[in-house]
Ligand binder design. Structure first.
Ligand code: ZN
Length: 243
């Protein structure tokens, strides 16, 4: 598993205008992204995360720093696939699956399915919940077949079809260790990076509200009503005032 590392942020309180302005912009983008996530509850998981990533401002020109360890020599390896590169992964068409005399109509799991499956304690139970929700209809020579009654071979084929339909849900990257030369495949956890970004943006905005509320006695709604530019200007004044 690879840990995504959000880009470094300025923690300086020196009064420089640019960092505060950037932070505000990021926080606002995060709010938009979070709303987009709710609206897109039915989007396949990987595609949802990639869209969020773009909304967060890590656009085509930006790259994301990811780190992993070489499985042979444990060397820490950094690499930077761009968001646009991630979005280039094309999903496979959602054709009904035909195997062993069965025809299965299905759809890829989305955020609501993942939430429902997360209630299960064991992986097998979570898998069963996903199957129940994502199999729209299964029919064999003798009529309808319940998702739980599908043979193991059909379930395996369905798992593979679901993975191919949403390639961004699991991102595999070919890497070679610069120290020992071993080639290996890294499994990127895109979702954890996106949610770390959202969390960081919310914290930055909270910090700005705190500074301005203390300096001017404003309420949170009053601070949030300011434009990015005005908020950055007041932050600069507030920080200059205490240094
Ligand atoms: Zn190595």
């Amino acid at each position: 598993m690879v840990a995504w590392r959000p880009p470094a942020r300025s923690t300086s309180g020196s009064g420089s205008a640019a960092p505060a302005n950037r932070a505000s912009g990021r926080a606002r983008r995060c709010g938009r992204a979070a709303r987009g996530a709710r609206l897109r509850g039915r989007a396949p998981l990987g595609r949802r995360d990639a869209r969020l990533l773009v909304l967060l401002g890590e656009s085509a020109r930006a790259s994301l720093d990811a780190t992993t360890r070489c499985p042979a020599c444990s060397e820490s390896i950094e690499f930077s696939p761009g968001a646009a590169q991630l979005l280039d992964a094309e999903p496979a068409a959602l054709a009904p699956l035909e195997r062993d005399g069965l025809v299965v109509r299905w759809r890829p799991p989305d955020s609501r399915d993942a939430l429902a499956a997360s209630a299960a304690v064991e992986a097998a139970a979570a898998h069963a919940i996903l199957l129940e929700r994502c199999v729209l209809a299964a029919t064999g020579p003798d009529g309808a077949v319940a998702p739980s009654e599908l043979p193991a071979a059909v379930r395996d084929t369905l798992d593979a079809a679901i993975a191919a339909s949403d390639p961004l849900a699991e991102i595999l990257v070919d890497l070679a260790c610069p120290v020992c030369g071993v080639a290996f495949v890294a499994d990127l956890d895109l979702a954890s990076f996106v949610w770390a970004e959202l969390d960081a943006g919310a914290r930055e905005l909270l910090g700005e509200v705190d500074v301005l509320a203390r300096a001017y006695g404003w309420t949170e709604p009053e601070v949030l009503a300011l434009t990015d530019r005005r908020r950055a200007a007041y932050l600069r004044l507030a920080r200059e005032g205490v240094s």
